[in-house]
Design a protein around this ligand. Structure first.
Ligand code: FAD
Length: 317
């Protein structure tokens, strides 16, 4: 079922989560091991992230350095098909602009369509490590809004090759990313929300947010979206803090703040086990308040580790 229909028809908040493809060399079983403990909470859908290539330099003879592109976590589409086949739940591949020409994007969408995958999260992707800012692929999409437009074209049966007659229209429900604390490149929140509205106006159906720890920021973001005329469902993204490393990594990597009430408690912790207790309790309180507020779905970033999300789900569902 298309995610937008699930979001619009549900009477109680849905449960969903995001996973990462395993590192190259690992088996699909590591994915199942992460999903199995969460199946009892009846997930409405599972998102699978997309990871583009990274560039490394290998030393060759006579000191030459060879630039090599490697994908450490391939398999997004295959994992989605495997999940749908094994669990009979919707799997949503993330599709990014970076590294894809429009032709390659169209072909990827055709693969998804043939596999019976009717949902996609359309993203721009981050700049690769060796680039100071995002550089689109030659002949590729620059912004997520351009990717949304391309998917909508295919939903209308318009393929890039105008000579194709009686083309099969696809039926993708399109999700896009939103940022309760603003996207890091945006000059201000108003400008960012305007760009988000462009994605919805272009045909995206719903929004999934970046992780956040202060519900007030989410509520203000939803208010700003509604004031800007965005009517689409907004799904909050929740990531429980699970390790001492997260305390510095999460703000840096995701450009978000941790509220001082939370960091005060985290500073008292001397081990990851203690952090997990604080992080789980914070996420439970956060989700309870979000349910009361009336969110259509709670979307958890598991990063492949299910026990903490399972404990939170037990407390709230
Ligand atoms: P866009 O919507 O294109 O926005 C990017 C920036 O450009 C913003 O600052 C926006 O305000 C600005 N902008 C947009 N349109 C215009 C315009 N026309 N002119 C000027 N400025 C404009 N990354 C991955 O690589 N793989 C994943 O699987 C992945 N999953 C994600 C899931 C979620 C829920 C979220 C929130 C993020 C995810 N990301 C993923 C990260 C995402 O790719 C980055 O945050 C990226 O930097 C922005 O992506 P976007 O789709 O929001 O981009």
């Amino acid at each position: 079922m298309r995610v937008i229909e699930r979001l619009k028809s549900t009477k109680k908040p849905l449960f969903s989560f995001e996973i990462l493809p395993p590192l190259k060399g690992k088996s699909i079983q590591s994915i199942y091991d992460g999903i199995d403990p969460l199946m009892e909470f009846d997930p409405a859908f599972v998102n699978v992230t997309y990871h583009r290539e990274e560039f490394i330099y290998k030393k060759r003879e006579k000191g030459y350095l060879e630039k090599i592109a490697i994908k450490k976590r391939p398999g997004t589409v295959g994992i989605c098909a495997a999940i749908m086949n094994k669990y009979n739940i919707e799997a949503i591949p993330h599709l990014i602009c970076g590294g894809f020409s429009k032709e390659e994007t169209e072909n990827a969408l055709i693969d998804l369509n043939f596999l019976g995958i009717d949902n996609v999260l359309a993203l721009r992707g981050d700049p690769i490590k060796t680039e100071p800012h995002f550089v689109p692929e030659k002949g590729g999409n620059r912004y997520a809004v351009d990717l949304v437009k391309q998917i909508v074209e295919l939903n209308e049966g318009n393929y890039m090759d105008e000579n194709i007659e009686k083309a099969n229209p696809t039926n993708f429900s399109i999700g896009v990313a939103g940022y309760p604390e603003k996207h890091f490149e945006s000059p201000n929140m108003k400008a960012d929300v305007k760009r988000l509205k462009d994605k919805i106006d272009a045909g995206a159906d719903y929004i999934v947010t970046q992780l956040f720890y202060d519900n007030q920021k989410f509520f203000s973001f939803v208010d700003a979206c509604r004031e800007a005329g965005i009517k689409a469902p907004i799904v909050p993204g929740i990531k429980p803090i699970e390790s001492l490393r997260h305390i510095t990594f999460l703000p840096k990597f995701f450009n978000i703040d941790l509220p001082s009430d939370l960091t005060d408690e985290l500073e008292k912790c001397s081990s990851n086990d203690e952090v997990k207790v604080v992080g789980t309790e914070w996420a439970i309180q956060q989700t309870k308040e979000l349910i009361e507020y009336g969110v259509p779905c709670l979307h958890f970033y598991t990063m492949g580790k299910s026990p903490t999300v399972s404990n939170i789900a037990k407390a709230i569902f």
